[in-house]
Design a protein around this ligand. Structure first.
Ligand SMILES: *[C@@H]1O[C@H](CO)[C@@H](O)[C@H](O)[C@H]1NC(C)=O
Length: 424
């Protein structure tokens, strides 16, 4: 006869053994062990979706200051000129060598933003498509070099946030309020899942929509919640049968605290869902005014919410940059809060030596970048991991993983730490 005490203790052993089952009791089998191995990666920003601050030369070369995003890039200049510039950019900004270098830096993921206009251009939309073959090439390069790909739908019809990085910089987003726009987005997502249905060994994650503007209110959030339900079906059931894919569904938090999403699409009714949160500290006066130590402390403070959330939580965008000094970061023709050139801001200091070429960076600044990078990666690994924004930028070495490797503030192996106790 088993004593009550022995029965209780074997029951707690069972609970301990099967505790991970609470997160995924009938789990899918993604091609990367999310939750046990940390995601470490970079975004390939500014490639298949243009961003003025990542490639300012593309925009300046147009000679037209009204060209501020991909919509106006395609609309406000000669179409053949725009197409040639885009093709040259797609062919050169990211090549297989980048995948070799990213893998050699000890990273395991790339997140690749792409806009809906690679798949569907509606009447009255000026967009030029042609990005898709490059995304497909990138999946092959990732496979060659052992990297996983997150395909990230970064721009939706009508714009989900009005940011230039959604393709169309507008004062208020038009995606959520227009059922045609949402239906088109669902169709694009279905196309994406079917295109990569046989590439689940590489495309381990699909992110159905980047940064919907939840801060614009409950209309946006209710559209987003319904879209996340539809996306789960589109990503998890791409075969038109009850057969499930092994592709992880990466939702974005829509700029809400993680607690807002507590219990949303959790096991056992939902499988293979992860949450993407973006952590930046330069898009308000309060944040650019922080001291170096305050930036580090604020990063470290995210640890408990990341480690306790009920889905795998990936910090899918973040940066060692601590200012908004990078040229055009707030938009082409818009200044920086840090140096007071942004309307209504109050100056914190000069941007000289804080962005641009690393040759202008002081050794004490590079030490701070290293500390802040380590504080963030240590903290974000309390969740499921991190993906830095971004791999490269023409004139903003503070944001560039590639420049950080060359300049020594990002280690050649991301687990090498000089300040392992920085958050203690
Ligand atoms: C909704 O969006 C579509 C494009 O997807 C556009 O053609 C249509 O005019 C929009 N409807 C409204 C009411 O704005």
């Amino acid at each position: 006869m088993v004593s009550l005490k022995a029965a209780l203790s074997s029951a707690s052993v069972l609970v301990a053994l099967f505790a991970p089952a609470a997160l995924a009791d009938n789990p899918i089998n993604p091609s990367f062990p999310y939750g046990s191995t940390k995601v470490r990666g970079v975004n390939l920003g500014g490639w298949l979706v243009l961003e003025p601050w990542i490639t300012p030369s593309l925009f300046e070369n147009t000679g037209n200051t009204a060209i501020v995003d991909e919509w106006t890039f395609d609309q406000d200049q000669n179409r053949q000129t725009a197409l040639s510039a885009l093709q040259n950019h797609w062919n050169t900004w990211v090549t297989e060598q980048d995948f070799i270098d990213i893998a050699a830096a000890g990273l395991n993921h790339v997140r690749i933003p792409i806009g809906y206009w690679a798949f569907d251009v509606g009447p009255g939309e000026p967009y030029i498509s042609g990005q898709l073959p490059y995304l497909q090439k990138a999946v092959g390069w990732a496979r060659n070099h052992g990297l996983k790909v997150i395909v990230d739908l970064h721009g939706a019809p009508g714009s989900q946030n009005g940011f230039d990085n959604s393709g169309h910089r507008i004062s208020f987003p038009q995606w959520h309020s227009n059922s045609t726009n949402i239906a088109r987005t669902n169709a694009v997502l279905k196309t994406i899942t079917s295109l990569f249905i046989n590439d689940q060994d590489v495309v381990s994650v699909i992110a159905p929509l980047n940064e919907p503007a939840g801060f614009d209110g409950s209309d946006v959030l209710s559209a987003v919640r319904q879209y996340w339900y539809d996306s789960y079906g589109n990503i998890r059931f791409p075969y038109g049968t009850s057969q499930q894919s092994n592709t992880v569904v990466l939702l974005h938090d829509a700029f809400q605290p993680l607690s807002y999403w507590s219990g949303f699409q959790t096991a056992p009714n939902w499988q293979g869902v992860a949450m993407d949160t973006h952590i930046y500290q330069m898009f308000s006066q309060d944040e650019v005014s922080r001291s170096n130590q305050q930036h580090i402390d604020a990063a470290c403070a995210y640890g408990s919410s990341l480690s306790s959330f009920d889905l795998w939580t990936i910090v899918g965008e973040w940066t060692p940059a601590a200012t908004d000094c990078a040229t055009y970061l707030n938009g082409r023709g818009v200044g920086a809060r840090y140096d007071g050139s942004y309307a209504g801001s109050s100056r914190v200091g000069s941007c000289t030596g804080l962005t641009g070429s690393r040759s202008s960076f002081s050794s004490s600044y590079k030490t701070f970048l290293r500390q802040y990078w380590e504080a963030q990666t240590i903290t974000y690994e309390k969740g499921a991991g991190w993906i830095q924004w971004t791999w490269k930028a023409e004139r903003a070495d503070d944001w560039s993983y590639q420049a950080g490797l060359a300049g020594g503030w990002i280690p050649q192996n991301p687990t090498q730490r000089q300040y392992p106790n920085i958050c203690n």
